[in-house]
Design a protein around this ligand. Structure first.
Ligand code: GTP
Ligand code: SPV
Ligand code: MN
Length: 595
């Protein structure tokens, strides 16, 4: 959008939404605190115990508005074909008028906030500017943590930068003297999370939660940016970025694509159980991958904060996350203790009594969980004790390896190295994972295919997305490309228990991957790819029985042959995929048949 039109656009949207007031956000800490305190006084938030958790607040959403709504998320490209078979599509000629009607007067009785922000470090080549208009002060506060936002960004936009206009309303206008709800939102069938990729425009109506409402995150930094990247030669990926340092001080950067609630934040913040190794965080959810003049692939984290899963986070499983959220944190849908602190399942032993996320009295032993499974913390990235200094570097970090994986109770081994870049893209294309509470679904726990953890986030046709992966390697030597690994921390035994300890012990897998790049670790060729040689895989200090280890690296030929056919059928549901993927499918089948 033309920068001269910034004010015209804001005025036009204000005329449509009819807020009582407009507030231009300066992005200051004072503004942030004032907005939080105001919400406390309106019974929309509580201030947590200042001596236990300074400057922290808790919000509780409406029980119908607790996660991303994939069924109500649309890629409204001009042609249906351009959205592809994996996205919901509505003709923009229908959706625009429909949503215009919904936005008409939607901010009555409220303030419209103007949030200028940028995804990516200021000055980075591929950073993307945006302006979000919203009637949710909760969103303003979260955007301040998650993005680089404020007056200085507006100055840059006004000096001529292109920006993505992002319009957001919770969809609950107030009539004169009507009392507000603690968490206003619209009924599910009126929610629309809409993307107009040709116009690089986002309209979101009816939800105040997470990826539905913090439009810099999934809407801009993934769906719209993936489309921009397709046109301009970079990739917007649902990946963590970590910096791994070995005992000699050698550094490598590793990315990881795992679906929502499948371990990105945990891996990015991991504390290795093997001595001398160090993991630092560059990013925990989104990576933008681009090529430099040297032909190699680099990554930046477009975000500036963590919107992390609270449930299951503890000092034992994710110490760095727990340290990060000791202050200046916004919590959403967690439970509250008697002394006004936070609690969720998996944090520690439950106290006798809590206030649940539904703001009801909760007693230990109650059937319903005290915190919502998709409860979250929002915290500035600078609060991570293991933050890598490169997190704000506009040059990005050189990518050595990319992990792909999901939650799979069976079939998928602990770690497999791809034979080639193409084989690695094939691994990404076949990723499957059990559905988690990060999106509203009736199918939680069921396995679905989720290529590169991007199924809900590709802003265009998935077939072109795969092609884009292969385009990224053009002109680059195979040896200069990142190595790709398929990992699975979530294998279970017949009793339903995880067989791999996971968390800090995932450093053992990272170490093998690191040493593979150095040429000092051995692997064994299997039909699926290269797996660790026993002598090269560090299990010191870990009490794993041999049969467990065998299971973690087993290749079930029959299960894999059926996986091959299932994948072939999946490719057909996509309307076919690039030839490179079929070639890899046949090569895998051949290797299995020969085994
Ligand atoms: P999004 O923010 O939704 O994209 O999620 P994420 O991929 O960052 O997932 P996160 O790291 O927050 O982990 C989600 C859940 O998986 C938490 O409850 C973790 O405790 C659990 N988890 C993470 N890593 C492991 C692991 O190695 N093993 C096991 N068993 N659970 C894990
Ligand atoms: C995810 O679901 O992958 C998240 C949380 O990271 S949300 O921002 O709500 O999309
Ligand atoms: Mn995510």
């Amino acid at each position: 959008m033309d920068y001269r039109k910034v004010n015209e656009w804001i005025t036009e949207m204000a005329t449509l939404c009819k807020p009582d007031r407009i507030h231009f956000c300066d992005g200051s800490k004072e503004e942030y605190i004032k907005l939080l305190e105001q919400q406390v006084s309106e019974n929309k938030a509580i201030k947590l115990n200042e001596s236990k958790r300074p400057c922290s607040y808790a919000f509780f959403s409406d029980p119908s508005d607790v996660a991303r709504v994939e069924d109500r998320t649309f890629i409204s490209s001009v042609l249906k074909e351009d959205a592809g078979p994996t996205n919901n599509w509505i003709d923009p000629k229908i959706l625009k008028p429909k949503m215009t009607e919904l936005f008409d007067g939607s901010m009555k009785g409220r303030t419209m906030f103007v949030i200028p922000f940028v995804m990516g470090p200021v000055g980075a080549l591929i950073s993307q500017y945006g302006i979000q208009l919203t009637d949710s002060p909760y969103v303003v506060c979260n955007m301040r943590v998650m993005t680089r936002m404020g007056e200085h960004i507006m100055d840059i936009i006004e000096s001529g930068k292109d920006f993505v206009p992002c319009l957001h309303s919770v969809g609950y206008p107030l009539a004169h003297n009507q009392k507000d709800l603690p968490w206003p939102s619209a009924p599910i069938d009126q929610k629309y999370i809409a993307h107009f990729p040709e116009e690089r425009l986002i309209w979101s109506y009816g939800s105040g939660y997470g990826g539905n409402a913090l439009l810099g995150k999934k809407c801009l930094a993934l769906r719209i940016a993936s489309k921009i990247g397709k046109e301009e030669g970079f990739m917007a990926e649902h990946m963590l970025i970590l910096k791994l340092t070995n005992p000699k001080g050698i550094v490598k950067y590793i990315l990881g694509a795992f679906p929502s609630a499948c371990g990105k934040t945990n891996l990015a913040m991991l504390i290795p159980t093997i001595p001398g190794w160090k993991v630092e965080t560059v990013g925990d959810d989104i990576a933008w991958i681009f090529k430099k003049d040297d032909g190699k692939l680099y990554a930046i984290n477009p975000e500036k904060g963590f919107f992390g899963v609270a449930k299951g986070t503890s000092y034992q499983t994710n110490y760095n996350a727990m340290k990060s959220i000791e202050k200046n944190t916004i919590f959403t849908n967690v439970a509250i203790t008697k002394d006004n602190d936070v609690y969720w399942e998996g944090m520690e032993e439950a106290p006798d009594e809590l206030l649940s996320w539904k703001k009801q009295l909760w007693h230990r032993g109650d059937k319903e969980p005290a915190a919502h499974p998709n409860s979250r913390f929002t915290v500035p990235i600078e609060q991570a004790p293991n933050l890598a200094k490169e997190y704000d570097d506009k040059e990005g970090v050189l990518i050595s390896a990319i992990l792909v994986g999901g939650r799979r109770a069976t079939t998928i081994p602990l770690v497999t190295e791809a034979y080639s870049f193409n084989h690695g893209v094939f691994m990404g294309s076949m990723m499957g994972s059990e559905i988690t509470a990060a999106a509203i679904s009736n199918n939680i726990g069921k396995v679905r295919r989720d290529p590169f953890a991007m199924l809900p986030f590709i802003g265009y046709h998935i077939k072109d997305y795969f092609t884009h992966w292969f385009d990224m390697k053009k002109g680059t030597k195979e040896s200069d490309l990142p190595k790709i690994y398929y990992v699975n921390w979530f294998r279970k035994n017949d009793k339903g228990d995880f067989v791999w300890p996971g968390f800090g012990d995932n450093s053992r897998v990272l170490k093998w991957i690191f040493e593979r790049q150095e040429g000092t670790a051995n692997g064994i060729e299997t039909p699926l790819g290269i797996m660790p040689d026993k002598d090269s895989f560090d299990l010191d200090g870990l009490n794993l029985e041999q049969n467990v280890l065998d299971e973690l690296f087993s290749v079930d030929k029959e299960a894999w042959l059926s996986e091959v056919e299932d994948l072939r059928a999946y490719y057909e549901t996509l309307g076919g995929v690039p030839k490179e993927l079929y070639d890899e499918l046949e090569a895998l089948k051949d290797r299995l048949m020969k085994a």
